[in-house]
Design a binder for this molecule. Structure first.
Ligand code: ADP
Ligand code: 5GP
Length: 199
């Protein structure tokens, strides 16, 4: 849907296993013209993940070539793999007046805020406790024990960065947290919507 102005960029971050993917899916269900930007990554696909739906799975060589060509709006090395947001997709959607949702790590989120300070809204998802985070990560059964340990160690660092975000959503009860996230998005889009009706 064209609104005649540039869209907003909602950036969700938080430690691995906190529930970002789950909350993202609920947010996307809630808004018709909110589009999700599918990242590139060099990590191998998990069982059930689909090429071009969850990520664009590419080799490290291809990733570095794309970096060289300036294709990424932001990128970072996270838990030992590269992840990046393609500039072309995001710029096209924002210029078309669509709002875009990114689910990226803290390093990437801060890069985006610096690049697009008036369009980016940073939302940090935090866990009720590190113990609960570990439990969720284990229940998901997608990571080996070694990888879980790396992700938990990184989580402690990531949690220290929450105060750099515009909003912090505590993912305690899933339904409540999803409503809070949708309300934040609605609030920004609401302001935009009223303006575009007047214009
Ligand atoms: P992330 O994308 O942040 O790595 P996921 O969305 O994959 O995290 O969630 C990790 C696991 O925790 C999943 O098994 C998910 O079903 C579960 N989960 C998500 N939110 C909650 C919640 N509020 N309470 C309990 N379990 C949750
Ligand atoms: P996972 O391997 O669990 O899918 O993701 C690991 C971490 O990488 C998460 O914190 C996720 O948000 C982050 N991530 C996913 N895509 C991107 C991206 O395009 N850029 C950055 N900087 N981080 C990303």
């Amino acid at each position: 849907m064209k609104k005649g102005h540039e869209g907003k960029l909602f950036v969700i971050s938080g430690p691995s296993g906190v529930g970002k993917g789950t909350l993202r899916a609920r947010a996307l269900e809630g808004f018709d013209d909110l589009v999700y930007s599918i990242s590139c990554t060099t990590r191998p696909p998990r069982e059930g993940e689909r090429e071009g739906m969850d990520y664009r799975f590419i080799s490290e060589q291809e990733f570095l070539e794309r970096v060289r060509q300036g294709q990424f709006l932001e990128y970072a090395r996270v838990h030992g793999a590269f992840y990046g947001t393609l500039r072309s997709d995001v710029e096209r959607d924002l210029a078309a007046g669509l709002d875009v949702l990114l689910e990226i790590d803290v390093q990437g989120a801060l890069q985006v805020k610096q690049l697009l300070p008036s369009q980016a809204i940073l939302i940090f998802v935090s866990p009720p406790s590190v113990e609960e985070l570990e439990r969720r990560l284990r229940w998901r059964h997608t990571e080996t024990e070694d990888k879980i340990r790396v992700r938990i160690a990184n989580a402690k660092e990531e949690l220290l960065q929450a105060d750099k975000y515009d909003h912090v959503v505590l993912n305690d009860d899933l339904f409540r947290a999803a409503e809070e996230l949708k309300n934040i998005i609605y609030e920004y889009r609401g302001k935009v919507g009223i303006k575009s009706e007047i214009l």
